[in-house]
Design a protein around this ligand. Structure first.
Ligand SMILES: *Cc1c(COP(=O)(O)O)cnc(C)c1O
Length: 288
């Protein structure tokens, strides 16, 4: 993990300067080329609860950021790792699954139907029977350890002077961690990437959601999003991913254009990584 580089970078776009808004990005994507930033933080507190020598078991699809991050983090901490993968074993595995296997994760493919049981206590009991003493991390690395792990993100730098902290929402675990770690003066802004995501369990004082930037739903990445990601990379040098952070940066840019923030606001956008997932695209869709 690269903790040396300065993780905070100023974002300068014409739309921002005109509005007198200061925007910084926390580049968690730069921690590691494969292991997505927020997943790494969520995993640390899970791994702290696992029994030495016993396997870590988790779930994911063919391009899961969480799965490959778990494989890497488990290897680093000296745990065997098992990945329960959604869908039948493909004839040629995805780059993500290839990486996870290279980090030593044992992959077990299950039908979509069976995968749907991933939160069913009986199914989980069967898994712990098959892999004795396994510590099971829910898909996406959620739960209380995931929330407390995410709190550490705001300890990476002095973040107290920001008025708004912005992140993408998948499960909302990271959002909750950021909210807990924020100061009473800060507003936490979440951009759900799932269509129709119910934010009621996440909302509280100092929360704000921008639900209209899912681009059709989870895993959807229409050309207009890809065009934005290419433009954004050209203008700022920052690569984004098609599932989460492309939508996040688009949403914040639009919101600034629409004067959602008062002058002199100071925004911190959490770039939560996920770049490895862009490998699911056909070649030449992205310029980076
Ligand atoms: C998983 C993920 C998220 C969403 O995190 P949650 O805690 O599930 O809301 C955001 N960005 C990236 C890059 C991710 O991989």
């Amino acid at each position: 993990m690269n903790h040396q580089a300065s993780l905070i970078q100023r974002l300068q776009l014409p739309a921002f300067t005109a509005s007198q808004i200061h925007v910084d990005v926390m580049r968690l994507d730069q921690l590691h080329p494969i292991v997505s930033g927020n997943k790494w933080f969520k995993l640390q507190k899970h791994l702290a609860l696992a029994s030495p020598g016993r396997p870590i078991l988790t779930f994911g699809g063919a391009w899961s950021n969480h799965l490959v991050a778990t494989a890497y983090a488990a290897k680093q901490a000296g745990f065997p790792a098992i990945g329960i993968i959604r869908g039948e074993q493909p004839s040629s595995p995805s780059a993500t699954l290839t990486d996870a296997a290279a980090y030593g994760m044992q992959l077990e493919f299950v039908s979509r139907e069976q995968y749907g049981q991933k939160e069913n206590p009986t199914f989980l009991q069967q898994l712990t029977h098959r892999y004795p003493g396994a510590y099971i991390i829910p898909e996406g690395g959620g739960g209380i350890p995931g929330i407390t792990g995410s709190q550490d993100i705001l300890q990476l730098a002095d973040t107290t002077a920001y008025t708004h902290i912005c992140c993408a929402i998948g499960t909302g675990t990271t959002f909750l961690g950021l909210h807990r770690a924020s100061t009473p003066q800060q507003t936490i802004i979440g951009v759900p990437v799932l269509k129709g995501f119910d934010t009621s369990s996440l909302s509280g004082p100092r929360t704000l959601f921008l639900p209209q930037y899912h681009f059709g739903g989870y895993g959807r990445h229409p050309q207009i999003l890809l065009d934005f990601m290419n433009d954004f990379h050209r203008d700022t040098g920052i690569p984004t991913d098609i599932v989460y952070t492309g939508k996040l940066f688009y949403a914040i840019r639009e919101s600034i254009r629409q004067h959602l923030f008062h002058a002199h606001s100071r925004l911190l956008i959490i770039h939560s990584g996920g770049l490895q997932g862009n490998r699911s695209l056909p070649p030449r869709k992205l310029d980076f």
